[in-house]
Design a protein around this ligand. Structure first.
Ligand code: OXD
Ligand code: MN
Length: 593
């Protein structure tokens, strides 16, 4: 391994002096080196090797029971000034936080290996790519980063002596939840994560870099880092149009990214291509249009609920070279299982904590009796995905025709609507919300505002973030993508879903993309442009016309209530709320009056 990058070498020396590892290993990106680390991880029981015939090169990992999810309460944006982190982030003075974190991490690699992972977010040669170096004492992190990003010497070669790279320090320490911190220092291009070993907190390229740090970089440098899937929809003529879509968690982002069109469309030659399932980096190209890449190289998806029906493409993606975290183990055949994988529940398993589990102990209403943790995950290489976009494999950015926001709303939002223009679209994103489900603890149906699905991921003041969106719209002008909102979760009086969702969502995406091409009709309503029921192709769809009508109605009374809630939501941002958005709210109120 080699680099002459003085800034990098200096930082690594400082890490080594602070952490005092027994050994230092540079990750060179070779399969031989990874294979050696996998073998060591099996020996130390950090990984269980799964059935090599049924799941070749796949492993199971269990985290500590106190360390199974992202921890928003312990995630900090340590900008120099508190007001720059804004009202939606936890903040701490960087000097104070560095001191606290160095105290926690000091000497914690004793008896351990310090792994140095040079990695690229985005294809190494892409003009949209950015680089990072993560230092970690966890083989699990090393092996996951090797799936989720491009790693190794090639990154150092491309980085050269540049200072444009993100420092990422991860120390497992004692996995003490009282001393767990996930800290971003946006002005220093630095991330420090201590006392966790769970993916979302420790795979520093993902949420910490590709969203929190990158959103800040995008603001300063004139581009966008968004919590969005990217997909391409190919029509029978072979033309592919791309959209990027933001949804809060538990709204089926990975499923939408990998959807399989209904048979009627497949038979005509329609296809969906997955570019990414979680993060989009977008820049204005030389032709003035907005282009996107998926900066990741794999999927870190939620396992429960993934099956042959809900997402066959995701399931196929996990069949080799994947790491499963906190799923159940089937000792009979050395495979894995999670709730929803098969209708039939295996009689006996080893649960996610490593204890014997019998199907008879499962109580549907009690998540703690599940064999797999509800947030159990698969880390799978994107190249395994049967519908991965050829553009992803070539490493090229795709032109974005539409930006889509969505959430889980029982009554309020219609199946789909188009914003009046870019500024109104930014308003639609800024008021994004989702209702809590029975799946999570707490009250059901409570509305959580999650602007652009970035609430836990925006690395600076959200008022400035809204302004950045408005500024991007000004730069894009008439080349700007059109902005839409979708809601797959509208219900009837008894709480039953009105829309079948899954593959049939393609019917809505088709209307969206036809709107972008000026090929589909719509009617104007107070909230934006809606299709008429006949504008959505419902061939072979078992949804009666009156239900289609219901899915596409806007209840003014509900929306008047909604505007009162938006007033409250907007108060949080104080005078950082762009006046254009305030004006959008006033205009919406006037249209609903
Ligand atoms: C994720 C998340 O894991 O958004 O992608 O929490
Ligand atoms: Mn996500």
């Amino acid at each position: 391994m080699g680099t002459t990058n003085a800034g990098l070498l200096k930082w690594l020396k400082e890490c080594e002096q602070l952490l005092t590892p027994d050994r230092v290993v540079w990750m060179d990106g070779s399969e031989e080196q990874l294979e050696k680390i996998r073998a060591e991880a099996v020996k130390t029981r950090e990984m269980i090797r799964l059935n090599p015939e049924k799941l070749p090169s796949c492993y199971l990992h269990r985290t500590r029971p106190n360390d199974v999810a992202r921890v928003e309460g312990r995630t900090f944006i340590c900008s120099r000034r508190e007001e720059d982190a804004g009202p939606t982030n936890h903040w701490c003075d960087p000097k104070e936080m560095y001191a606290r974190l160095y105290d926690i991490a000091r000497g914690s690699y004793k008896g351990r290996t310090m792994y140095i992972i040079p990695y690229s977010m985005g294809p190494i040669d892409s003009p949209l790519a950015k680089f990072g170096v993560e230092v970690t004492d966890s083989k699990y992190v090393v092996l996951n980063m090797a799936i989720m990003t491009r790693t190794g010497q090639a990154v150092l070669d491309k980085l050269g002596d540049s200072d444009d790279w993100v420092r990422g320090l991860h120390a497992s320490c004692d996995i003490d939840p009282e001393k767990r911190y996930i800290c971003q220092f946006p002005e220093d291009n630095t991330i420090i994560s201590v006392n966790s070993a769970y993916g979302g907190n420790v795979l520093l390229g993902k949420k910490c870099f590709a969203l929190r740090i990158a959103s800040y970089q995008g603001w300063k440098e004139g581009w966008m880092a968004e919590h969005m899937l990217i997909l391409g929809l190919e029509n029978p003529k072979g033309e592919v149009r791309y959209l990027a879509a933001a949804f809060p968690s538990a709204c089926g982002k990975t499923n939408l990214a990998m959807l399989i069109p209904p048979k009627y469309f497949r038979d005509q030659g329609y296809k969906v291509w997955t570019v990414g399932d979680d993060i989009a980096w977008m820049r204005i190209g030389p032709d003035g249009k907005l282009y996107a890449i998926n900066p990741e190289n794999g999927f870190f998806g939620v396992a429960p609920g993934t099956n042959e029906h809900s997402n066959p493409n995701a399931l196929a993606t996990t069949k080799s070279g994947s790491i499963f975290t906190n799923v159940a183990y089937n000792p009979k055949d050395g495979t894995v299982w999670w709730e929803g994988l098969t209708k039939e529940i295996p009689d006996e398993l080893i649960d996610w904590k490593g204890n014997p589990w019998k199907s008879s102990q499962f109580v549907k209403s009690d998540k703690s009796t599940c064999a797999a943790n509800p947030n159990s995950r698969f880390t799978a290489p994107a190249k395994n995905c049967p519908c991965i976009s050829p553009t992803f494999e070539k490493g090229v950015a795709v032109p974005i025709s539409a930006l889509v926001f969505g959430g889980r709303r029982a009554k309020c939002a219609p199946l789909v609507y188009q914003s009046r223009d870019w500024v109104h679209g930014v308003f639609v994103g800024s008021i994004m919300a989702s209702e809590t489900t029975a799946a999570a603890s707490g009250a059901v149906g409570v509305v959580r505002r999650d602007p652009m699905a970035m609430l836990p991921f925006c690395g600076y003041h959200m008022g400035d973030y809204f302004q950045h969106w408005l500024d991007m719209g000004k730069k894009l002008g008439d080349k700007a993508p059109k902005i839409f909102n979708v809601n797959w979760f509208r219900t009837d009086e008894d709480g039953n879903f009105l829309w079948p969702g899954f593959g049939d969502n393609m019917r809505v995406l088709n209307w969206i993309l036809d709107r972008c091409d000026g090929k589909a009709d719509a009617v104007e309503t107070p909230i934006g442009y809606l299709p008429r029921p006949e504008d959505i192709d419902t061939t072979d769809l078992d949804v009666p016309p009156e239900v289609m009508k219901e899915l596409l109605t806007v209840d003014k009374e509900i929306w008047r209530g909604e505007t009162r809630e938006i007033e409250e939501h907007y108060k949080k941002f104080g005078d950082k709320l762009p006046k254009e958005l305030r004006q959008q709210l006033d205009e919406l109120e006037a249209r609903l009056a």
